[in-house]
Design a protein around this ligand. Structure first.
Ligand code: ADP
Ligand code: ADP
Length: 225
């Protein structure tokens, strides 16, 4: 596990400054929740960390490496996409193994790794199914396993629970926390929910107008007893 550091990270879209010289340190193995009003720059920040969006200026340091200009697959991060991003024509197993196939990893090895991750999210019995044959919560767990297959140091999640019904949301929340603890890596989780952040986060980061307005433990940030 490695710490992540943002140094004066800035994102401009034309004349709009979406993320404004943000400095942030996330220690290794931290569950970080990123909050703030719509348009404050949360998604842009996450996408820059993932490498899906270029950084206009500033640096991104993961462990000892400056990963600012590395392509997504080489920086040690992974993004969990919503379950609707699963390939509908691929089995659960092939969906999870997909990134390894793209990297030219041999079939027996990628299947073994994929099964290990399916085990981690309790989805081994469903390995041969297609995504459409799964419930929403099960699809979400497959999406999680798929994101983790490349063994990232940092897992990025953009409102991962928003599509779930309230009951499932609470269960998946517990599952995310357990996984993060078990793997010992950092999760950076964008959410609108204060309650969600309260239940999950070691570190709460509140953004506003492209800047960090507040950060600290959930208790400190939310003034809880
Ligand atoms: P949040 O995730 O907090 O809602 P975003 O990072 O999506 O915030 O957006 C931050 C700001 O950047 C907003 O003003 C938004 O309109 C703008 N923005 C986001 N993506 C783009 C884009 N691709 N092109 C132009 N402006 C964008
Ligand atoms: P192989 O096809 O070499 O035996 P796997 O059993 O791991 O390997 O996965 C095969 C499945 O992956 C097939 O159904 C194939 O159509 C699908 N597949 C391969 N490449 C892609 C891709 N780029 N996009 C979507 N599906 C793909």
């Amino acid at each position: 596990p490695a710490p992540l550091e943002l140094v004066a990270v800035t994102k401009r879209y034309g004349t709009t400054v979406a993320v404004d010289a943000v400095d942030l340190k996330i220690p290794a193995g931290t569950y970080c929740c990123l909050l703030g009003p719509s348009g404050c720059g949360k998604s842009s920040t996450l996408r820059m960390i993932a490498g899906h969006e270029t950084i206009s200026s500033g640096d991104l340091i993961l462990g000892n490496a400056n990963v600012t200009d590395l392509p997504p697959a080489q920086r040690g991060t992974a993004m969990m996409f919503q379950s609707y991003a699963l390939f509908p024509h691929l089995s659960v197993l092939d969906n999870v193994a997909f990134a390894l196939k793209m990297r030219g990893i041999e079939k027996s090895i990628r299947h073994e790794k994929a099964m290990r991750l399916l085990d981690l999210v309790a989805m081994v019995p469903y390995a041969a199914r297609l995504p459409a044959q799964l419930s929403g919560g099960q699809q979400q767990r497959v999406a999680l396993a798929r994101a983790l297959i490349t063994e990232p140091q940092i897992l990025l999640l953009d409102e991962p629970l928003s599509a779930l019904d309230p009951f499932l949301r609470v269960r998946m929340r517990a599952e995310l926390k357990r996984l993060q603890r078990e793997l010992g890596i950092s999760f950076i989780h964008v959410t609108h929910g204060q309650e969600e952040a309260m239940a999950l986060a070691d570190l709460v980061v509140v953004m506003n107008g492209g800047k960090i307005e507040q950060q600290g433990s959930p208790r400190a940030v939310f003034n809880a007893p």
